[in-house]
Design a binder for this molecule. Structure first.
Ligand code: HEM
Length: 388
C-alpha cells in the first residue's frame, strides 16, 4: 500500500530501536503530562452526546468512539489539535477508516489485482492514503516548528512525536523522518479501531447486563458525581469499571488472531515449526473455555477483582486472556488504552442515562473481522442526566 514502516511492521534491529523510542513516549510521567488533553477530548465527546440526547437521535456508536480515539491520539501522542468530534465534514478519521479493511483484504487476496488494474476502490484508497499522509506530514512539520522555537523540547519532549524527533536527530540514530512518519501513522492506526471497538463492545455488554451496568455506574458516581473533571487519581479508583474493560476484552477481543512468524526452527509442545513459518495464535479459544474458568461465556467483571494472586497463578484469568498480546512485542499502548476507556465510560455513565443500545434490525451485534474485530451497526440513545 506504500505506507511507511513503523514499529508494528518493523523487525530485527530497526524494530528494537523503534520500540525503545516508542516506549519512552508511553511512560507514566509522559502520560501524566498528556492527561489534560484527554480531558479536553472527553468534554467534546460529552458535548456531542448532549446534542444527540437533546435531539433524541441515535448515536452511531462506533463512529463517535473512533472520533474520540483519533482526537485523543493526535492530541496526546503528537500534540496536534485534531477535532473530529466537533466536525461532520471530511475528517481524517474517515480516511483512516479505509486503511485497515483494505490492508486486511489485500493480505488475503489470492491475486494482487491492484498491481495490474486500479479499481474505483483502489483509486479511492490511494486518495485516502494521500490525505492521511498529508495529515501525518503536517503533524511532523508542526512538531519540528515547535522544537525550533523551543529547543528545550529536544531534552524534555512533551509528547511521543517530539521524543521521536529528538531521537531521530541524534547522530548515528539510524532513524530518519520516514521512520518517524511511519510511527505517527502506526499510532493513529493501532490506537484508533482497537480502543474504539473495545469501547463499543463494552457499552453493548453493559447494556445487556443491567446489574453490571448499575454497579459500574454506582462506582463512577461515587468517585466523581458529575464526571466532568475526573483526575488521574480518581481514574485509578475505578476498579470495577476497569474490570468491565478486561472482561469485555476477554469475551470480545478486538485482535482475536495474532499472526507470528518463526525466526528460527522452534518446537512448541510436540509440533516442529520450521524457520519462517507463519503461526496464527487464536486468542479467544481458551479465554472463553469452561476448562479454564467457570461460567466462561458470562460477562462477570468480578472475576478480575476476586483473585488472590492475580497475574501469577497459572489459572489466573490474566494468564488466560491476553488481549494485548504477550512477550517483547506486547502492545505498548495498553495503559493508554485503558485510561481512554475509563475516561469515555466516565463521560457516559456520569453525565447520561443510557436509553438503549441496539442494532437497526434488533439482532445481536454481529462480529465483523477486518484487521480488528468490529461490532456491526451498534447505535445508542441517551438522556442527559440532571445533576442536582
Ligand atoms: C483496546 C485497545 C488495544 C488492544 C486490544 C491492542 C492490542 C494489541 C495487540 C494484540 C498487539 C500485538 C501484540 C503482540 O504482537 O504480542 C498490539 C500491538 C501494538 N499496539 Fe496495541 N492495542 C490497543 C491499543 C493500542 C493503542 C491505544 C496504541 C497506541 C496509541 C497501540 C499501539 C500498538 C503498537 C505500536 C503495537 C506494535 C508493537 C510492536 O510490534 O512492538 N495499541 N496491540
Amino acid at each position: 500500500m506504500g505506507l511507511p514502516t513503523g514499529v508494528f511492521g518493523a523487525n530485527g534491529d530497526v524494530w528494537k530501536r523503534q520500540r525503545r523510542m516508542v516506549m519512552a513516549g508511553f511512560d507514566p510521567v509522559h502520560v501524566r503530562t498528556y492527561f489534560p488533553a484527554l480531558q479536553t477530548v472527553a468534554s467534546r465527546l460529552a458535548a456531542r452526546w448532549s446534542k444527540a440526547a437533546a435531539q433524541n437521535t441515535f448515536i452511531d456508536l462506533q463512529s463517535d468512539l473512533m472520533r474520540f480515539t483519533v482526537d485523543t491520539i493526535a492530541g496526546l501522542a503528537f500534540g496536534a489539535e485534531v477535532n473530529t468530534l466537533e466536525s461532520d465534514a471530511d475528517v481524517i478519521q474517515q480516511h483512516l477508516d479505509k486503511l485497515f479493511p483494505a490492508l486486511f483484504k489485500r493480505i488475503f487476496a489470492p491475486i494482487p489485482t491492484w498491481r495490474y488494474f486500479q479499481s474505483a476502490a483502489d483509486r479511492q484508497l490511494k486518495a485516502s492514503i494521500h490525505e492521511v499522509m498529508t495529515a501525518v506530514d503536517g503533524f511532523v512539520a508542526q512538531a519540528r516548528a515547535r522544537m525550533q522555537v523551543n529547543p528545550s523540547l529536544y531534552t524534555q519532549p512533551t509528547n511521543l512525536l517530539e521524543a521521536m524527533l529528538a531521537a531521530a536527530d541524534q547522530p548515528d540514530s539510524g532513524m530518519d523522518d520516514s521512520q518517524v512518519s511511519g510511527n505517527v501513522l502506526t499510532m493513529l492506526l493501532a490506537g484508533e479501531d482497537t480502543t474504539a471497538n473495545t469501547l463499543a463492545w463494552m457499552i453493548h455488554l453493559l447494556w445487556r447486563n443491567p446489574d453490571v451496568l448499575a454497579k459500574a455506574t454506582e462506582e463512577l458516581r461515587q468517585v466523581c458525581n458529575d464526571g466532568s473533571h475526573l483526575s488521574l487519581e480518581q481514574m485509578a479508583q475505578l476498579h470495577y469499571v476497569e474490570a468491565c474493560a478486561h472482561e469485555t476484552m476477554r469475551l470480545k477481543p478486538v485482535a482475536p488472531q495474532l499472526p507470528l512468524q518463526t525466526i528460527r526452527e522452534t518446537v512448541i509442545g510436540d509440533v516442529r515449526l520450521p524457520a519462517g513459518i507463519v503461526v496464527i495464535g487464536l486468542m479467544r479459544r481458551d479465554s472463553v473455555s469452561e476448562a479454564h474458568m467457570p461460567d466462561a461465556l458470562a460477562f462477570l467483571p468480578e472475576r478480575w477483582l476476586s483473585e488472590v494472586d492475580p497475574g501469577h497463578a497459572a489459572h489466573s484469568v490474566k494468564r488466560i486472556s491476553m488481549p494485548f498480546g504477550a512477550g517483547p512485542r506486547i502492545c505498548p499502548g495498553r495503559f493508554l488504552a485503558l485510561l481512554e476507556m475509563k475516561m469515555a465510560m466516565a463521560t457516559l455513565l456520569s453525565q447520561f442515562d443510557i436509553q438503549s443500545v441496539d442494532t437497526p434490525d434488533g439482532q445481536e451485534a454481529r462480529e465483523h473481522m477486518s484487521f480488528t474485530m468490529t461490532p456491526v451497526g451498534l447505535r445508542m440513545r441517551l438522556r442527559k442526566r440532571s445533576l442536582v
